[in-house]
Design a protein around this ligand. Structure first.
Ligand code: GUN
Length: 288
């Protein structure tokens, strides 16, 4: 069993980004700048946002966090985004999800300028990504690709099973791994909550690579995978004890794996690193 160490990979990517930023700053340019919008006080979002802001500073970026109350209206949020779209001193903006019920998240995402959509959630970026064109790629999916690349895990020609069809993870990773990208050319099966259990087991048991993003602790058990599988655990679940665990029953399943991501220290770290790659690209586009 080998660990796909997201911390090690992310640290190496961030060190490379910081070096590039230092060169730009030495040449007299301003630093890259990320704006983060956080609505309300959803505890996991607080922790993700904190990690994004800290990583901005490790990357040599400026950042600012705009906090809005849980009761903010969609109209107010859209007005703020319109302002940020016009602000030349910020390169990328993220609106941390989930948003409160009175706000339609897709309308908010659609309002972000595609040039500043470092999450890669805007239909323009998502569409371009799906078509294999240059785009900001959704950070978690992109981070998984970078992690597989860092550890030279073969992807092309292999059978990859994705569990979970969310717009931010399952859907984009299944498209990216099946596309003719640098990390791609896999044969991908996308399964989800409506996939019959027997069919799910048939697929996971013959998969070379399983990517699970369902948000259920211990969802993947040893009987579900074959010996030598590569297992990518996207879940970040907080148990009542406060312990953070993924979607894989790690201790029981890890001995069967050729490669496995830990939680924490796996995909979560890579999501933030990929966001930094996208922010640097947004910044560089501004100075091209
Ligand atoms: N909430 C959970 N994951 C993400 C993400 O990657 N981006 C944003 N904006 N919100 C999230």
């Amino acid at each position: 069993m080998n660990l796909l160490d997201g911390k090690k990979c992310a640290d190496s990517l961030i060190a490379g980004i910081a070096k590039q930023v230092a060169r730009h700053v030495d040449a007299g340019l301003r630093k890259p700048h990320m704006t983060v919008i956080l609505v309300g006080n959803h505890a996991p979002s607080e922790s993700y946002v904190k990690s994004k802001i800290t990583t901005c500073s490790l990357s040599g970026f400026d950042s600012n966090l705009i906090r809005l109350p849980e009761t903010v209206s969609e109209k107010e949020l859209l007005a703020l985004i319109a302002e940020i779209n016009e602000d030349n001193s910020t390169d990328g903006v993220i609106v941390q999800l989930p948003l409160p019920k009175q706000i339609n998240a897709q309308r908010v995402i659609n309002a972000i300028s595609p040039e500043k959509d470092i999450d890669g959630f805007h239909p323009t970026n998502f569409g371009r990504m799906a078509l294999g064109q240059k785009a900001f790629r959704p950070a978690t999916a992109y981070g998984i690709c970078k992690l597989l690349q860092f550890y030279q895990v073969p992807v092309a020609g292999r059978h990859c099973v994705v569990i979970g069809r969310s717009n931010i993870v399952g859907k984009p990773i299944s498209i990216m791994l099946s596309n003719d990208f640098d990390i791609g050319n896999a044969t991908v099966t996308l399964t989800h909550i409506e996939t019959p259990r027997e069919l799910l087991l048939e697929e996971t048991r013959r998969a070379d690579i399983v990517i699970v993003a369902v948000g259920i602790p211990g969802f993947i058990t040893p009987d579900m995978v074959r010996d030598g599988v590569t297992l990518i655990d996207v879940g970040i679940n907080r148990l009542e004890s406060g312990k953070i665990v993924g979607d894989v029953a790690f201790d029981a399943v890890a001995p069967k794996c050729e490669w496995i991501t830990p939680v924490p220290g796996g995909v979560g770290r890579m999501t933030v690193a990929a966001l930094m790659i996208n922010t640097l690209a947004a910044y560089q586009n501004n100075f091209e």
